[in-house]
Write a protein that binds this ligand. Structure first.
Ligand code: PEP
Ligand code: MN
Length: 263
């Protein structure tokens, strides 16, 4: 179902009214996690002012350590819904548990399946039974074939609204948090009709590398990027080191615009 061989035309998936795929290049911005109303509003305003057309933010966070901030849960979803309404842009958040799907769908416009859950097949089938768009992140050590088969689970369950996301894989290299696999973007675009976006924030883990890799994403044919931006990265409860400052984000969006028009 996700194969381009059988379905040659590009799929366009909408998050709210924002299109992903085809001729579009769409930018999602926002903090790693929703830390509270004032904080999320400030980061979201920076993202939208800079040029993001959709918001990101985690309410249920998959943290490596059980002692790290785990996310604000339902309260964070309410914050997202309110700010998304205030700014008039759709929002996406990660779902980690099938039990939270309904609640999340009531508050935001798209579900994210995180890298750590890419092969949580029950979760894939459950989001496949909704009509809500899904951003499916590539697993930390998942092959391209496994990633496409994970997408197949969602579409086969009845939900065609899947956006693939390359967010870096684990390799022998430790100088960056992950190795952003741009091969995968080019290949997934050939193998599948689904939109493919790039997450240069988790893909590198280093603020200074987010811009260059976002530009590379445009060049390699991605349909959009998802970027972490925080109003005060130093104070962020998660992923501050890879979060852009508001002015950096705005500057990058201006530069990216030239790349998008040239592509
Ligand atoms: C995130 O988007 O904040 C996140 C946890 O992403 P990933 O699942 O790609 O690590
Ligand atoms: Mn993050």
């Amino acid at each position: 179902l996700v194969s381009r061989e059988l379905y040659p035309a590009d799929s366009v998936v909408h998050i709210g009214s924002v299109p992903f795929g085809g001729e579009h290049f769409s930018i999602i911005g926002g903090p790693c996690a929703v830390e509270g109303l004032e904080s999320f509003r400030a980061s979201a305003e920076a993202a939208v002012k800079g040029g993001a057309v959709a918001l990101r933010g985690g309410a249920f966070k998959p943290r490596t350590s059980p002692y790290s901030f785990q996310g604000g849960g339902k309260e964070a979803l309410e914050v997202m819904q309110q700010v998304s309404k205030e700014l008039g842009v759709p929002a996406v958040t990660e779902v980690m548990d099938t039990a939270d799907i309904d609640l999340i769908c009531q508050h935001v416009d798209a579900l994210q399946i995180g890298a750590r859950n890419m092969q949580n097949f029950n979760l894939l089938k459950a989001v496949g039974r909704t009509n809500t768009p899904v951003i499916l992140k590539r697993g930390i050590a998942a092959t391209i074939e496994e990633t496409l088969l994970a997408a197949e689970y969602i579409v086969d369950a009845g939900n065609p609204n899947v956006i693939l996301c390359e967010r870096g894989i684990r390799t022998f290299e430790t100088a960056t948090r992950n190795t952003l696999d741009l091969n995968a973007v080019a290949l997934m675009k050939r193998k599948s009709h689904l939109p493919v976006i790039v997450d240069p924030s988790h893909g590198t883990g280093i603020r200074e590398l987010v811009g260059p890799l976002a530009k590379a994403a445009v060049a390699v044919g991605a349909d959009g990027v998802i970027i972490e931006v925080h109003h005060e990265p130093k104070e962020a409860l998660s992923d501050g080191k890879q979060s852009l400052y508001p002015d950096q984000f705005a500057q990058l969006m201006t530069e990216l615009d030239a790349f998008i028009r040239a592509a």
